[in-house]
Each structure stands twice: as C-alpha cells, then as structure tokens.
Write a protein that binds this ligand. Structure first.
Ligand code: F6R
Length: 600
C-alpha cells in the first residue's frame, strides 16, 4: 500500500534519497507517485500517475534540495490520477499521507464554508486544508497539530512541510506506521524500515497520537499534549536486505523455490530434541484458541485449527480480522488469541489485536517482520524467519507460518501427552528432513507448466477438499485468482452438489488434494461426480491411485499430517505461477493489490 519517505539534510542532496526510498517500497503496491522539495526557498511539487521511474524521469537531472517528502499512493479516496496523487498542498501546508481520514466529508464541508476550495477527490487534501486552517488560526505549529489530532477520525501517518519553516519536516501518526531514521547531519522519515536502510539502521518508532519535528541535526518527538517524549533509538537487526531476484524471472518464483530454507530457518530452534519443542509457549491453561488474521495468513490459521482440534483436542476458531474487530468474541482468560501476519502492519489484524488487549486477554503472534506494529503490540511473538517477501502473493511466508503453527500444535500435543514420545520424535525427524522431502516437489516444474497450458484460457477454476485439504484448497484458489485473474473458488468437496456443481461444464478445471486416508475415498467420489459432468480433475495425493479419468495425478511423499500442508501447497503455488506467466500477468505486482494492507 501507500508508502512515505522524507529526508532533511545539512549538505547532501535528498532527491536521490527520496527516489531510492520510494523504489524500495514499490513492492508494497501503488498506482501513482509524487514528491515535493524546497529549492531556493520555493516549494516544488512533482507527481505522476504510474511508477516511480516515471516520477524520476519527470524530475530534471541534477535537481538539488536539502529537504523533501515523497509518496507512493494506493488509491483509497478518488481515482488513480495525477490530481489525487500526493503530495497535497493547501495554503502553507504540504503533506503526504498514509491511511484514511474517516470524517473527511464533514471536515470538507466545514472547510468549504470557510472558503476552502479543493481540487482533488482525496481525503489527504482535506487533511492538508484542516492543518492550514488551524495554522492560520493559531500561528503555532504545536497547537495546529494538537488540534488536528483531536478533530480527525481514522488512520494517518503524515509527513508535512510548512512554508514558514523550510528547514523542518513535521510528522503525525495514528494507526498507520511511521519511523524516523537518524543519520549524521541528515535525518529520514519512512512508513517502513526498508525505505531508509541504505542510509541508516538507527530509527525511532512513532506511536499513535505522537508527532515530531525533524531537522538535519535534531529529532524531537511529542505526545498529543505537546510534552517531549524520550524515545528509545532502535537499531535494525534483520538481514536479507538486498533481496534480489537472483537467477529467477520473478520474485514469486524465487520465494517459492527458497521455501525449504525459510521453513527450516523458522522451525530449527524447536525441532532438534523433545526439550527444544518445549521452548514453544505452554498453551495448556487455555480451553480455546482463537486465530485471527487476513487472507493467506488466515488460511495458515485454518491449517492450525485442523491440527489443534484433531491432534490436541483443543477447540480452535479462526476469524477474519476484518469481521472479528466488530463482533462479539466471547473472550475469557481461558482463551488465547493468536494473530498471524507476514507484514505485521495489516490494519484489521492490528485493530483486532488491540481489541483483545483491551479485554486484557492473552495474545500470541506469528509475525514475519520484526519490530512491526503487530509484533510490538503482542504479549508474545514467535517470528517466522521467511526473510523479506517481495512478491505481493504470499508463498514462503505462508509455509513458514504453517510450519511454525504445526510445530506449536505438536508441542501442545506433547505437553498434553496425547502422542507417545516415539511418535513425536518421528515427526520431528520428518521436519528435520524437510529439504529432501520438498526437493522433488519443487523440481517437478514440467508437470506444473503442462497443467498451466491446460488451464490458462479458462474462465473459472474450482478447488475442493475435505478437512485439511479444504483449508489448502482455499489457499490454492486464492493464489491462482490473485495473480492470474482467473476466477476461482474453493469449496468443501461435500458441499459442491448443494449448488455449485451446476457450474461444472466440459473441461472446467477442478483441483483437489486428498491426503487423509480416512476421507480420501469420499473426496475422490466427489471428484468422480464432477468428472462425469465433463470436468478436468487434477489431484494431489500421497496415495497410489491409478485412474485415467483424472487429467493429472501429482504424487507426493507420505508424511505426517503435520507436514502435509507444505507438500500440497507447493504444487498449488507453482501451478498458479506458471498460469499467470502464460497469461502475461504482472506476477509480482498483481493489479489492485498491495503487499501491506495498512487501511481498513
Ligand atoms: C495473498 C496475501 C494476502 C495477505 C493478507 C494479510 O497472497 O498475501 O492475502 O496474506 O493481506 O497480510 P499480512 O500477513 O501481512 O497480515
């Protein structure tokens, strides 16, 4: 989603800093870009519909400035065009903004009554107008910002230039991430750490309702009453910063191919001995586990639900964060709420987490990005070690989440003495051999490419399964639709004939996995029903099935249920990838999607 970069320096040109920062945030998804800087005392704004490269081409070579703010916009209010792109200038105030101003209509009418005229459809222009109005009224920046915080509903990370103070960048934050990077005679602002890592690893994290003033040699942060706050200066510890595509054509392919490494890195601390397994949190005091997440992360939660309920006899519910935050959740101190997020910045997941914390109930997180907003708000966090995921469609983060949750469920089963030690050790041994187990599946690319040639012209594709295989069907279906734009749906296999089977016609592709010997026969009967109606069925299974009526059977190794999701998902990911490639889609940046969904 939208990205913010800002910089103010004593002697370096900040234009390349702004452009490099925007480039490093590109993977998050955006549709227009812009910046504003001060040159010879004059404020200049440059914005384009399109890519950061287009913005760069629009700026005269050698342009020099010591202070500026920049933005990539993922449209929320108003169409994708240059007028709606940021920065927005009203009077003496110029801002870039991430988030949504929820009461912008009311504010707009009030400002229009006072004579303000707005050019764009953007809520950011209204925010800029409101700041200008208070600035003119109070002639005082602190009072202006404090009043703004009181009057505005919604979420905002704002970076602001004020005409009368050409040496200072102002920042304001609520419910949308913002950090301030500290350098030597130069300081930085960004919505996300990668934007500044080329220049500094030291940064402050702004919390909700805080604001700051940044010059080339000073960073001062205030609470909403205007009291100065002494903040801890953080130092980025992560690696994997110069993530590039290597030999691969797309980040998505690279990220799929590195999954045995990322899974191993994630679970390694917990799988070598039985004692290692006990390093994971003790969940025995809870009678119910709630899992809350969005999209693919929620699908990882569905796998965990299956494992917790089937193998640890613990009730587990999975919720979409966007629903959870507005419903009655029946929380007690016996409920553990687990939040799953790759980015650690998803607005709905963060809001749901705040709700659980307000109820004073325990939280645990499975998060990929260290020091992200969600990671910081949790009581306890277990990190997935998937490294930076650049492709918008999540692959290696999902399998890392699934692997970590599987090991967590296994440790719970061990603590509850549901499994004998030998059985646990056998499963741990399989996890230790994950590289060799996944290798043939990752290398089977010819099969996936062939399947892609058979489905890429289709309009509708179905994914079905029972139990764990249904949870996997949901993620398989999402992968295909988000990157190939082919309509696809996932159904519980037994549900098809209650309506959806009417959509099956000649050659409709239907994918399924059958990995549970107790119910495989039922799933296969459901597949036979669609084959009878002309469907082309593709089956991923660990059983020896010889049946010519299937278009393709993808055989995977027999392993414990705790590992099966990992084996099934890789073919689903690669089939989606090769299908999107045949269709010529922008695989790493699918239309309309953003990597980090920081608005509701
Ligand atoms: C799909 C995808 C999304 C994310 C969802 C949650 O491939 O990546 O569905 O899983 O937006 O994002 P995080 O995990 O960052 O909270």
């Amino acid at each position: 989603m939208s990205g913010i970069v800002g910089s103010v320096s004593a002697k370096t040109n900040i234009i390349p800093i702004l452009l490099n920062g925007l480039k490093s945030l590109e993977y998050r998804g955006y549709d227009s870009a812009g910046l504003s800087y001060i040159k010879d005392g004059k404020l200049i704004i440059n914005k384009v519909k399109g890519r950061v490269k287009d913005l760069e081409n629009n700026i005269e070579k050698g342009t020099y400035s010591n202070i500026g703010i920049a933005h990539t916009r993922w449209a929320t209010h108003g169409k994708v065009n240059e007028t709606n792109a940021h920065p927005h200038q009203v009077g003496k105030i110029t801002i870039v903004h991430n988030g949504i101003i929820e009461n912008c209509n009311k504010l707009k009418h009030k400002l229009e009554d006072k004579g303000y005229i707005f050019k764009s459809e953007s809520d950011t222009e209204i925010a800029s107008g409101l700041l200008d109005y208070y600035y003119k009224k109070y002639q005082n920046i602190d009072k202006t910002i404090q009043k703004f915080i009181k009057k505005v509903d919604g979420s905002y990370a704002i970076c602001m230039l004020v005409q009368d103070y050409p040496d200072t960048i102002y920042v304001i934050k609520k419910d949308s991430p913002l950090i301030i990077g500290k350098g030597q005679d130069v300081n930085y602002i960004a919505s996300d750490v990668p934007a500044i890592l080329k220049y500094t690893k030291k940064y402050y994290i702004l919390e909700d309702y805080e604001y700051g003033k940044i010059t080339n040699n000073d960073i001062t942060i205030y609470d909403k009453e205007g009291n100065i706050i002494n903040k801890e200066l953080k130092e980025y510890q992560g690696s994997d910063l110069t993530s590039d595509k290597g030999i691969y054509e797309h980040y998505m392919l690279k990220e799929i191919m590195e999954q045995s490494t990322t899974i191993r890195q994630t679970i390694n601390p917990y799988i070598n001995t039985l004692e290692d397994l006990l390093k994971l949190p003790d969940l025995t005091k809870y009678t119910r586990i709630d899992i809350i997440a969005c999209g693919t992360a929620m699908h990882a939660g569905l796998v965990a639900k299956y494992l917790f309920e089937e193998y640890t006899n613990t009730k587990c519910e999975v919720f979409l964060a966007s629903e959870y935050r507005y419903q009655n959740n029946f929380l007690t101190e016996k409920v553990l709420s687990i939040f799953i997020s790759q980015s650690g910045e998803t607005a709905d997941t963060l809001a749901a987490l705040k709700k659980v914390k307000e109820a004073k109930c325990d939280t645990l997180g499975i998060v990929n990005v260290k020091e992200s907003s969600i990671a910081r708000a949790l009581n306890k966090v277990l990190y997935t070690e998937a490294g930076t995921e650049i492709a918008v469609a999540s692959t290696k983060a999902y399998t890392a989440q699934v692997a970590l949750l599987s090991v967590l469920a296994l440790s719970h089963a061990y603590r509850k003495q549901i499994f004998k030690e030998e059985k646990i050790l056998k499963i741990l041994n399989e996890f230790k051999n994950i590289d060799s187990i996944l290798k043939p599946i990752l290398e089977n690319t010819k099969t996936y490419e062939k399947i892609a040639t058979e489905i890429y012209t289709q309009h509708d594709v179905f994914y079905i399964g029972r139990g764990l295989d249904y949870a996997l069907a949901m993620e398989g279906s999402l992968k295909l639709k988000e990157i190939s734009y082919i309509h696809s749906e996932a159904y519980a296999a037994g549900e098809l004939k209650h309506g959806t089977i009417s959509l099956i016609t000649k050659d409709t592709p239907v994918f399924s996995s059958a990995t549970n010997k107790h119910i495989n026969a039922k799933t296969i009967s459901n597949l036979k029903e669609v084959i009878s109606r002309g469907a082309n069925c593709y089956l991923i299974t660990d059983e020896d099935i010889k049946d010519d009526s299937f278009k393709q059977i993808i055989k995977i190794q027999k392993v414990s249920m705790f590992l099966k999701p990992l084996l099934v998902m890789i073919p689903y990911q690669l089939i989606a990838y090769y299908t999107a490639k045949l269709k010529g889609c922008d695989i790493d940046k699918p239309r309309n999607l953003a990597k980090s969904v920081t608005v509701e």
